[in-house]
Design a protein around this ligand. Structure first.
Ligand code: ARG
Length: 473
């Protein structure tokens, strides 16, 4: 007999059971579901809706069910559809008919919204922790490479030299914004929908705030229809997660390029690479490639969830059961990627000499020759044209700017003097970009200092929220 079987005269078609059940994936919510039930039953007793004795029995039974599920000793069945009804059935098996009082003043609709929020808020803290660890790895590489110059690129063509530290700090900035978005979203996730009932509230004199407080929520979702039918907090998470994996994917692409023989700028540690079954010489950056590849599934989950929700009338519709797998998969995908990236970045070998060689043997100091002429009062547009001629000459002569004699320079402009050689030195070129956010060493050091305070804030946020999300008694 189904928990809802009263008005039915026939058993459910087996294929329907199979098709509509969510237990295969929503069992992930078991412990959150039970914590929610413990808070609910406690409130029912305090509000004199059920007796203290009944509540005590139910609570004890729920604890046993929690243990059994954790130990893999509980049988979860498709016939009981989802985690909510499986837990209730197990509870009744454990404590008898009194277990049937648990669902007083509650619906699976507010219950599932609660479970999703409990699961997500805990995941947010874990993901921010992992992001912080990755930022620390990037900053470690930045600090170790404050004198490492490499070509900066636009259109993947060498453009102007930058410090490798500057490049690492660009990613630190991106991940700081990601962490900021995730921590900001926490306050919208951290609201209790419980008490919304199926859609309209409940006739019992429940205390929604009491339940919200005992589960460490910041308050309740105000409107009962909204509480059971919106999943914007899921969409927001998937969107924020998409940005995280997009940033990771770009970094992945750089690692793949940099570790190729063509670039030869970094070598990833053996522990984070894999080999080929056929070609003995191969060492592949599989982790970076796979993270780049997995960005597709995360974006897919975002579009999937938006599409599932877009035409739904209020309030709950079964369509919304589709909210779970994409969210779970996204959480796992991010945890996996971030957990690997932090040590992979920290252990990567930066080939400073190769980077420098790439800067020395190219024209990425050409802008500085133009700027030098501007400093001698030549309009920038004319300076640009002169330097274009110089570069063309160099290409024809198989030389770089620093190989030209002063006579050769003067052949293009007599504004050029002996001091040009110091100006065109790659380190001087880098340090000349001495503006806020520029690649000059002192400016990059400023960025590191600034990011350190941001990281401290992230850590303080984590510390303050680890306790909030841990409601397991
Ligand atoms: N398994 C359902 C879900 O995940 C729980 C809510 C079901 N509510 C209902 N009225 N059928 O969405």
């Amino acid at each position: 007999m189904k928990l809802w079987g009263g008005r039915f005269t026939k058993p459910t078609n087996e294929l329907v059971d199979e098709y509509t059940a969510s237990i295969s994936f929503d069992q992930k919510l078991a412990q959150y579901d039970i914590q929610g039930s413990l808070a609910h039953v406690d409130m029912l007793a305090k509000c004199d809706i059920i007796s203290k004795e009944d509540a005590a029995e139910i609570s004890k039974g729920l604890q046993t069910v929690a243990q059994k599920i954790k130990a893999g000793e509980a049988e979860l069945t498709e016939a009981n559809e989802d985690i909510h009804m499986n837990v209730e059935k197990l509870l009744i098996d454990e404590v008898g008919a009194v277990g049937g009082k648990l669902h007083t003043g509650r619906s699976r609709n507010d219950q599932v919204a609660l479970d999703m929020r409990l699961y997500l808020r805990e995941s947010l803290v874990t993901i921010v922790e992992l992001l912080t660890a990755l930022q620390e790895s990037l900053m470690k590489q930045a600090k170790a490479n404050l004198d490492t110059v490499l070509p900066g690129y636009t259109h993947l063509q060498r453009a102007q030299p930058v410090l490798f530290a500057h490049h690492m700090m660009a990613y630190v900035s991106m991940f700081s914004r990601d962490a900021e978005r995730l921590t900001d979203s926490f306050k919208r996730v951290n609201r209790s929908p419980l008490g919304a009932g199926a859609l309209a509230g409940t006739t019992f004199p429940i205390d929604r705030m009491m339940v919200a407080d005992s589960l460490n929520f910041d308050g309740v979702v105000e409107n009962s229809l909204d509480a059971v039918s919106d999943r914007d907090f899921v969409v927001e998470f998937l969107s924020n997660a998409s940005l995280v994996i997009m940033h990771l994917s770009r970094l992945s692409e750089e690692l793949v390029q940099w570790s190729s023989a063509e670039f030869n700028f970094v070598e990833l540690d053996d522990a984070f690479c894999t080999g080929s079954s056929m070609m003995p010489q191969k060492k592949n950056p599989d982790v970076a490639e796979l993270v780049r590849g997995k960005s597709g599934r995360v974006y897919g989950h975002l579009i999937g969830m938006l599409t599932t929700l877009k035409g739904l009338p209020l309030a709950y519709n079964k369509d919304m059961q589709e909210d779970k797998e994409g969210m779970f998969d996204t959480v796992e995908t991010l945890k996996g990627a971030l957990g690997l990236f932090a040590p992979m970045i920290a252990t990567m070998d930066v080939k400073k000499d190769n980077m420098y060689e790439a800067v020395a043997k190219d024209f990425s100091n050409a802008t500085d020759l133009a700027d030098y002429l501007v400093g001698k009062d030549l309009p920038f547009r004319e300076a640009h044209a002169v330097v274009g001629q110089v570069v063309l000459h160099c290409i024809n002569e198989n030389k770089y700017l620093l190989n030209l004699t002063l006579e050769e320079f003067k052949g293009f402009s007599d504004l050029i003097d002996e001091d040009i050689y110091a100006v065109l030195d790659p380190k001087a070129v880098v340090n000349a970009r001495n503006v806020i956010g520029g690649t000059a060493k002192n400016r990059v050091e400023d960025q590191i200092t600034h990011s350190e305070t941001i990281l401290e804030k992230e850590k303080a946020w984590i510390e303050a929220h680890v306790e909030i999300v841990n409601v397991f008694k």
